[in-house]
Design a protein around this ligand. Structure first.
Ligand SMILES: *Cc1c(COP(=O)(O)O)cnc(C)c1O
Length: 399
């Protein structure tokens, strides 16, 4: 099956000249007023799995839905516009996107250098799945680009970072690490799930690949599982697309539609998530039953200046220690009424969890303690509710 080169189906002005908020609404979904077109103002959900052609040797624009589908394509165009990328690909989950990326670019004997505070699922994929194929990952404290450079080995092919990380909200200097990657001929992958392209655009800072879990802020409503890869290099895009089509973990049309719908309000939601998280962080910092509060928007965050320099906001996720024992932390969580005790993040509703027992239970205790994930560390994804209600809820649960 042939590969297809992606093209924005727009006769309008190029998307790059528009502001983020406008692209979030319109890119990929430009209204088609040509004769015979419907004039839909939202992308239609195309369910067909195969597409007719009139000549045997000449496929039309679409051939088969694993290769491409108009609804998924609209989403890929919108995602690319938002990340300032030339190309986008949408997958059935964030981890499916990661798997395709790793299979496309690495082979046995290659190694990856990754931030030591990574999303638990990514760590599990690297440590428990890819090791069986002879691809090893070593971990480094990427808050310091020098440590990253010193850890490069002859077998290193890829550097993998998140910024901010999960759940410790540590930052990596993306520009500095992009320079390290360039000097050593490595591919720099940035998982941009936590800030979303509204607050941070890693390709503009020198990254080669942006990874997203669409499940979080981009979908934004805790009702769709998806992932994406965004790149500027055409050869890289074609390679990823070949692997996407060959391995098949594509985002279905209905999920593509839901993500398109979610993205239209990304700017509004991220603004509110950011404002609420900062207020909640300040409240927690002043509470006598709370220990450290980790949020890049606080002046007390050790990398607050870097956060301001490479991103335009600080996101909606924060972590904090409840003073006392693990049992005290559990009691606090179970008393909350508006914050929902659940894994995941990035939805309009506030979610809260205990990483040591929930999202990061697969990380060994010794390793957790080494990097700072204590048994009383709580991670909150601050939603877009009225912040006064959120703070009142935290206050009553801490009392
Ligand atoms: C959730 C998440 C992923 C994995 O995405 P799924 O859609 O759950 O497969 C990867 N990275 C980060 C930072 C995440 O939060």
């Amino acid at each position: 099956m042939e590969q297809k080169t992606q093209h924005a189906h727009s006769d309008n002005a190029p998307a790059q000249t528009l502001s983020f908020t406008t692209k979030a609404v319109h890119s990929g979904e430009e209204v088609d007023l040509r004769e015979g077109a419907t004039g839909d103002v939202v992308a239609a959900i195309h369910l067909a799995t195969t597409y007719a052609r009139s000549k045997v040797g000449e496929p039309g624009r679409y051939e088969y839905a694993r290769l491409q589908n108009p609804t998924r394509e609209a989403l890929e165009v919108k995602l690319a516009a938002l990340e300032n990328a030339r190309y986008g690909l949408a997958f059935s989950s964030g981890l499916a996107a990661e798997t395709t990326l790793l299979l496309s670019l690495l082979k046995a004997g290659d190694s990856i250098l990754a931030f030591d505070d990574l999303y638990g699922g990514t760590k599990r994929l690297l440590d428990q799945v890819f090791t069986s194929f002879g691809i090893e990952t070593s971990y480094v404290d990427a808050t310091n680009a020098l440590l990253v450079e010193n850890a490069v080995k002859p077998s290193t092919k890829m550097v993998w970072i998140e910024s901010p990380t999960n759940p410790l909200l540590k930052l990596a200097d993306i520009r500095a690490i992009a320079n390290v990657a360039r000097r050593h001929g490595l591919i720099l992958v940035v998982d941009n799930t936590f800030l979303s392209p509204y607050f941070q655009r890693p390709l503009d800072l020198g990254a080669d690949v942006v990874v997203h879990s669409l499940t979080k802020y981009l979908g934004g409503h805790s009702d769709v599982l998806g992932g994406a890869l965004l790149v500027n290099n055409q050869q890289l895009y074609e390679r990823l697309q070949l692997h996407q089509n060959s391995t098949g973990a594509v985002l279905p049309p209905f999920d593509s539609y839901l993500t398109l719908r979610g993205l239209k309000t990304l700017a509004l939601r991220m603004e509110q998530h950011g404002k609420n998280a900062l207020e909640v962080a300040r409240f927690l910092e002043g509470h006598h039953k709370v220990g450290r509060v980790l949020y890049p928007g606080l002046e007390s965050h050790p990398q607050h200046e870097l956060a301001k320099a490479q991103a335009s906001g600080f996101g909606g996720v924060l972590s904090f220690d409840v003073k006392g024992t693990a049992a005290d932390a559990e009691r606090f969580l179970e008393r909350l009424k508006i914050f929902t005790l659940a894994e995941s993040l990035g939805g309009v509703e506030s979610l809260i969890e205990l990483p040591a027992v929930m999202t990061h239970a697969s990380v060994e205790k010794a390793e957790r303690e080494k990097i700072g994930i204590t048994d009383t560390l709580i991670r909150a994804s601050v939603g877009i509710e009225d912040v006064a209600d959120l703070i009142a809820d935290l206050k009553q649960a801490l009392a």
